[in-house]
Design a protein around this ligand. Structure first.
Ligand code: HEM
Ligand code: HEM
Length: 181
């Protein structure tokens, strides 16, 4: 029996922790921005920023780990064009894991709100206070999130297609409890 080759445990753990954080951050971001000014809104903004910067920190660890650990080979049945699309999509997802938190941080800085990570670590402001720029950066952060949602939807659809239709073990590479030949 050929066991499905998998990503390393570290790569799998980082993938899923970041995925869970992103699946929490998007609805949290959409919800909090619609609230009227209140203590709840201020608290949720703080949590959003702390969790978002946690994604940035984990993405750095993930990239460093990835640099030293190549993914396991894909099944030979996957055509070259599909491999190329998957690689491009993964690159874009990596890019968004960095620029979305950075644009959020820059928005907060331009709005004149310093982030104190988890209430204990004061982070430097990336930019001087500038309300007009904060507005633009907030819109950029929001647009990039629209892109992320679309790409993640594509990514999940591809993973499910491989699992349900092709049954080629691609999802099992990233899910430790799945066994597929
Ligand atoms: C991967 C990490 C992150 C994700 C997925 C994310 C997602 C979102 C989403 C979906 C919104 C709502 C956008 C809209 O109204 O259409 C939002 C708003 C916002 N986020 Fe993030 N965010 C992340 C990281 C951060 C970080 C690290 C900060 C700051 C340190 C931050 C600060 C903000 C701010 C200030 C807004 C309000 C923008 C505005 O209304 O102008 N975000 N975020
Ligand atoms: C239910 C949600 C998700 C599923 C089912 C899923 C599934 C997978 C699978 C099966 C792979 C391995 C692909 C391969 O073998 O080449 C993978 C890789 C990857 N996923 Fe996800 N994923 C999900 C969510 C996410 C999210 C939210 C992100 C980040 C925005 C993400 C980013 C990535 C990246 C960057 C890779 C490439 C890893 C590498 O080669 O270093 N995934 N995912």
């Amino acid at each position: 029996m050929n066991r499905t080759p998998r990503y390393t445990t570290t790569a799998i753990a980082l993938h899923w922790v970041i995925a869970i954080l992103i699946f929490s951050l998007v609805p949290l971001g959409l919800y909090m921005t619609g609230l009227p000014l209140s203590v709840l809104k201020i608290r949720l903004f703080a949590w959003h920023k702390w969790l978002g910067l946690t994604v940035l920190a984990l993405a750095l660890v993930r990239l460093a780990w990835r640099a030293g650990h190549a993914p396991p080979p894909l099944p030979g049945t996957i055509p070259a064009w599909q491999r190329a699309i998957a690689t491009g999509l993964h690159h874009l997802l990596y890019l968004l894991m960095f620029i979305i938190p950075l644009t959020g941080w820059a928005t907060s800085s331009a709005a004149g709100v310093q982030v104190v990570w988890w209430g204990v670590l004061p982070l430097p402001n990336l930019l001087a206070k500038n309300e007009a720029l904060a507005h633009i950066l907030g819109n950029v952060h929001s647009l990039l999130n629209d892109g992320l949602i679309a790409l993640v939807a594509l990514h999940v659809a591809a993973a499910l297609k491989h699992h349900v239709i092709d049954r080629d073990g691609v999802l099992a590479r990233m899910l430790p409890f799945l066994h597929q030949e």
